[in-house]
Design a protein around this ligand. Structure first.
Ligand code: SAM
Ligand code: SF4
Length: 324
């Protein structure tokens, strides 16, 4: 297990496989994806070497993210390859759900254990306004397909947005009354590109937790090694609610994750100034031990916390660039 200077253990790799996305979420890619110059995205062999090195260092949970990871033509091969790596015990992805209805079973069969699907609203117009796509029904069909396919965990991610979906809690609760689905409300994060948007739409997670606590939801005690989400449960509901509140006190104290961008850059924090290229270690299986030494060494300079409170969002222009 890798431990940093602040005693945090790292078990969770968030691995981006592409920056490309077909949605244009207002807080992430409001003008849609624009191609940027730079190295190509990692190929399957590079991804395999990278994950092999990290898994041997104790990173047993791997999430494939992006951009929209399922747009990779070799997405199913990526799933199969990662699942076959020694030490990868839980393989997850985060997706906008665009391709889910048709592929949920295929990806489950290829080895995907857990899935997060981004749905900011169950209202078709709001969904369209936020994502730029009139595809709520298609995405919801994908959620049901995941439930049928027997995923170990199905979660919905919703970014909390003032005046947009802040009245939608009731719809989310109705959905999880009988379905074993977790809703993850994520506080809007400030990035390099969305400063004005952030000022207009950011809403603290307490907007949700106060309503939950008033209606009998109870916060679960955090398990050892659990990530930064606060989890709520209620006896009358099959599903759960999680809150990701990066602006809350001590959020970074439970950090257990490292990120690698689709171009093979290690990001010690979602809001670090820049990534550290690992690409030259990924060209040959013989370089895996050197990659591990380099990653261990890099971790020694991971900072205690992000600097979002000071209004500094580091070098991240948008989450799609390094994998949210
Ligand atoms: N395209 C996939 C999706 O949307 O699920 C995966 C990548 S996306 C960057 C991962 C998650 O980050 C999504 O749940 C998205 O809603 C969230 N996200 C993107 N930008 C964000 C921001 N500025 N603040 C909070 N969450 C954000
Ligand atoms: Fe695409 Fe995901 Fe960003 Fe939305 S949040 S634009 S789906 S990468």
């Amino acid at each position: 297990m890798m431990r940093d200077a602040y005693g945090r253990d790292f078990s969770y790799l968030r691995l981006s496989v592409t920056d490309v996305c077909n949605f244009s979420c207002s807080y992430c890619l409001p003008d849609g994806f624009r191609k940027k110059p730079g190295p190509s995205f990692m190929g399957l062999d590079e991804i395999r070497r990278l994950a092999t090195a990290f898994a041997a260092l104790g990173m047993w949970k791997v999430r494939i993210t992006g951009g929209e990871p399922t747009l990779r033509k070799d997405f199913t091969d990526i799933v199969r390859t990662l699942k076959a790596i020694d030490g990868v015990k839980l393989l997850a992805t985060t997706t906008n759900g665009y391709k889910l209805a048709k592929n949920a079973q295929k990806w489950r069969d290829a080895g995907l254990d857990a899935i997060n699907i981004s749905i900011d609203s169950f209202n078709a117009k709001t969904f369209h306004d936020v994502t730029g796509h009139d595809r709520l029904t298609q995405v919801m069909d994908g959620v049901e397909a995941c439930l049928d396919a027997g995923y170990k965990s199905v979660k919905l991610n919703a970014v909390l947005l003032k005046g947009i979906n802040d009245q939608d809690l009731g719809n989310f609760l109705d959905f999880i009354e009988t379905r074993p689905v977790s809703i993850r409300f994520i506080e809007l994060m400030r990035t390099g590109d969305n400063g004005d948007y952030f000022s207009k739409y950011h809403l603290p997670a307490s907007h949700i937790t106060e309503q939950l606590e008033a209606s009998g939801w109870v916060q679960k005690t955090r398990e050892i090694g659990a990530g930064p989400a606060q989890e709520y449960v209620h006896g009358d509901f099959a599903g759960r609610i999680g809150l990701i509140a990066p602006y809350s006190k001590d959020f970074c104290a439970t950090c257990n994750r490292l990120r690698v961008s689709a171009r093979g850059n290690l990001h010690l924090c979602l809001f670090s100034e820049h990534g550290i290229s690992l690409r030259h270690f990924l060209q040959n299986d013989d370089d895996i031990p050197a990659l591990q030494d380099f990653v261990r060494q890099s971790l020694t300079v991971k900072k205690a916390t992000h600097f979002l409170h000071e209004g500094l969002s580091g070098g991240t222009q948008k989450l799609a660039d390094i994998g949210g």
